[in-house]
Design a protein around this ligand. Structure first.
Ligand SMILES: [Zn+2]
Length: 445
């Protein structure tokens, strides 16, 4: 059972602004907000920032089946240390992938056994499991993930236009969002084949094979189909302003679409990919400096709805080799989530909104998670804004000490994360006693 306590004197990000006040936690819930609150246990937090624990809507932990890549124990601890109290885990990298009720149950059991943060599970939308989407909805998936380009894994197939249309109809009926990895398959496959045929397999060749035009074309297609089917659409990892423009136009037409971006698109540019190498390979790829700077202004302006890490780990052996196309794509960044966002120059209110209420609203968790308000789960994130944190390989909590962020310094550090009132992570003492629970999506009873 969670201990009751008070967090005293922090600058608290509340739904209506930032205020210095006290927060009381009882029975795992936020029980009171106001000055002069007391309890037997008090966390003195003067000068600290208190946010609702981040909800990271986009992580890959790869368990069951590929725990040599990451796993729930290490992945969720890294997420907690990065400021998250809840994560939504993607359906493709586990084996079996999350394509039916049975695979959902397997993953749920693995997560309940070792996750330190609460978790939602994405189900897959692929050509082979349209008839299983309803059972996934009933089990409680938070939404469905579809790839418009190849996923890189043979057992999680790409959706062609007709599959996506059919899947969106079912998702709309269930009231669940569809997330799309939006890059145009025809364009990226052709460009990759041309580069490989010419034996151009370096960093710049890879970057050139996944242009902004491919991303924009796929976002446009997904928005069109979402409009047609009435499906809630969630575009993951938008990397460029042009992509956000397509989303904004679709919103104006009445399409129910939101855009996510990731800290790495706000932190690194394509020159960094050359410097860092394989650890900074992802898809869509990191863009040029002008695009990175533009993405930061757009996040500040409100063009981006949510932020997720797309923490995408793999073993060191898959991050090696001379052929940049063959190296596994994915940036491991769960542990740098919230510090990385402050490092990109975002203020606490923007960070709080895009990792809290906006995520909760999109996935039907408003009233329970994502804000500091009485009656909400006591998912809390205490940040020390005076303590710089530097990313070192030895400080990484992930299974493999790999991260594009190694050597980076952030202006803030994560002090504590509580999940429903129980410590999940403390900078002083490491892992706490929290155990994660399933957070169900809208279609579950
Ligand atoms: Zn991803």
């Amino acid at each position: 059972m969670a201990e009751d306590f008070v967090i005293r004197g922090a600058q608290v990000c509340l739904p209506d602004g930032v205020r210095t006040t006290d927060i009381a936690v009882a029975d795992g819930k936020i029980a009171g907000i106001g000055d002069g609150l007391s309890a037997r246990d008090v966390v003195e937090a003067e000068g600290m920032l208190l946010l609702s624990g981040a909800i990271d809507p986009h992580v890959h932990y790869n368990e069951p089946g590929r725990t040599d890549w990451e796993g729930w124990a290490t992945g969720s601890l890294a997420s907690a240390a990065g400021g998250a109290s809840c994560v939504f885990e993607m359906p493709l990298n586990a084996h079996p992938p999350t394509l039916d009720a049975e695979s959902f149950d397997l993953k749920r059991r693995a997560a309940e056994a070792s996750s330190v943060v609460d978790f939602g599970l994405w189900g897959g939308l692929t050509p082979v499991n349209l008839d299983k989407m309803r059972e996934l909805g009933e089990r409680g998936v938070i939404g469905f993930k579809a790839f418009l380009s190849s996923s890189g894994l043979d057992d999680f197939r790409r959706s062609d236009r007709e599959t996506l249309r059919q899947g969106m109809k079912i998702a709309a009926d269930l009231g669940l969002p569809v997330a799309t990895h939006a890059e145009d398959e025809e364009m990226v496959a052709r460009l990759a084949a041309e580069a490989k045929a010419a034996e151009r397999c370096g960093v710049r060749d890879y970057l050139a094979s996944r242009p902004i035009a491919a991303e924009v074309a796929a976002i446009r297609e997904a928005c069109e189909l979402a409009g047609e089917t009435g499906c809630k659409l969630y575009i993951v990892h938008v990397s460029c302003g042009e992509g956000l423009d397509v989303v904004a136009e679709a919103k104006k037409r009445g399409v129910d679409v939101t855009a996510e971006t990731c800290p790495h698109y706000l932190t690194f540019n394509e020159d960094d990919v050359e410097k860092i190498g394989a650890d900074a390979k992802c898809a869509p790829p990191l863009r040029n400096e002008a695009t990175r700077a533009d993405m930061i202004s757009r996040v500040k302006r409100g063009d981006v709805d949510t932020l997720g890490t797309d923490h995408s780990p793999c073993p060191p052996s898959m991050k090696q080799g001379d052929d940049f196309f063959a190296i596994w794509g994915g940036i491991m960044g769960a542990q740098q989530f919230i510090p990385g966002l402050f490092g990109a120059g975002l203020d606490s209110e923007t960070v709080a909104r895009l990792t809290g209420p906006n995520v909760a609203a999109r996935f039907g968790l408003t009233g329970r998670k994502g804000s500091i308000a009485v009656g909400y789960d006591a998912d809390l994130l205490l940040i020390d804004p005076r303590r710089v944190c530097e990313v070192t390989a030895s400080g990484l909590l992930t299974r493999h000490p790999i991260s594009a962020y190694i050597g980076r310094r952030f202006p803030v550090s994560v002090r504590n994360v509580w999940v429903r009132g129980t410590c999940a992570w403390s900078e002083q003492s490491g892992r706490g006693g929290a155990t994660g629970r399933l957070v169900k999506g809208r279609a579950a009873k």
